[in-house]
Design a protein around this ligand. Sequence first.
Ligand code: F0G
Length: 458
Amino acid sequence: MSTVQNTETAAQLRCIACAATPDSAGQDFRCAACGDLLEFFFPGWASESPDPAALKSLWLGRRASRDALDQSGVWRFRELLPHIPNLEEHAITLREGNTPLYRLPRCARTAGVENLLAKHQGMNPTASFKDTGMTFAASSAHQGGFSWVACASTGNTSASMAAYAARGNMHSLVLIPEGKIAWGKLSQSLDYGALTCQLRTDFDGCVRILNDLVRQKPVYLLNSVNPYRIEGQKTAAIELMEQLAWEPPDHIVVPGGNLGNSSAIGKALVEMLALKLISRLPKLSIIQAHGANPFYRSVREFGGKKLEPMTADTLASAIRIGNPASWKKALHVLRATGGEVEEVSEIEIAVAKAEIGADGIGCEPASAVTLAGLKKLRRSGFVKPGESVVLVLTGHVLKDPDFTIKFHSGDLFAGTPHAGMPNVAETAQSKYLQRAPLVLDADLEAVIAALDAAERNS
Ligand code: F0G
């Protein structure tokens, strides 16, 4: 017999390494037996799987609902998420998810594919994909009775956590690397009222301090090692499939930092296939910046057998991460879907970001690794011209205006270790994309001259 209702209670925690199934997780969300990460699985689905057609029509019907949870692009899919007791009392939602799927015609031409779409997770309430996981995990913190939540962050997690904590009347503690996060993100956590600590270290150093802190203080950890975060972030893939009328694309391309998002999207794809919501798996490919490429190296150099932490450096500050927590989960979904890993240079990221902007969409630098990576995957033949591709854009263009202004003014790499070593072809392309502001006298003739010159050059 197939039903819709019986699915939501069936979630259980399991260690990804030793397969222990603890009843509950400790403060650090790691397996008490072996120290590896925990994930949710749904044992009930094996014996009594929900009816895919019934689920699809239930979820579609909720789009017309006035209920806050039904309006959320995360909670709308709650049948595929673990059950949170007394949900009505504890759910914290900002109507996250519901993000647009855009066609990218210009980017498709430069990448050499016919059918290119962008799922823009930067169109979430705090302008990054983090909100989909945060609504779920923050609600679980509320249900657990915590008054403090905390995270280490390159900026987006902290902005999102601070907002959801504030909405749920909880205090939030943010640990961020000093001077290494974009202003837009820092300003968000200040406004949402977080206790914001800029530590004189990098993201990986912030994670180490936070892990020690949660073992001593009753604060709820909201980094993506928290399996509730992963569950919430699964919904981006479910929503994407719904937008594509449940017809999967050939490829999905995501940026890789701490590797929670790729793990979540991959988990959702595998679960949707098992539940017959989709009939085949898209290949999920993960792109890293060359200067922050420990996962790329793990797969390419060590066959995924180990991950060597590194000191990360990239202007795409969101993914400046040298020791990604979820690398084993990401490796699993990479293998399960038959995806590829790629790395891209700083200039490739900058050019790709301007190209996504020129399609009238825009995104933050870390999101642009997807387009830069796609071009390389096309060149290597992994992606064929006729195949359909969805890029997951993770953050909004306004998150990091400094990067954008420096790119268009031509001084993005000034004073950085990346100055002086760009790839020549990409540099010519970046010049073509640059649109530095013109400073003119307040004079009609000057403006008309600028207009005519632009017309001649277009
Ligand atoms: N894109 C953006 C805009 C991000 O903020 C992040 C991660 C990623 C991609 C990578 O996602 O870590 O799941 O592989 N930002 C985290 C933060 C680490 O603290 O905001 P991931």
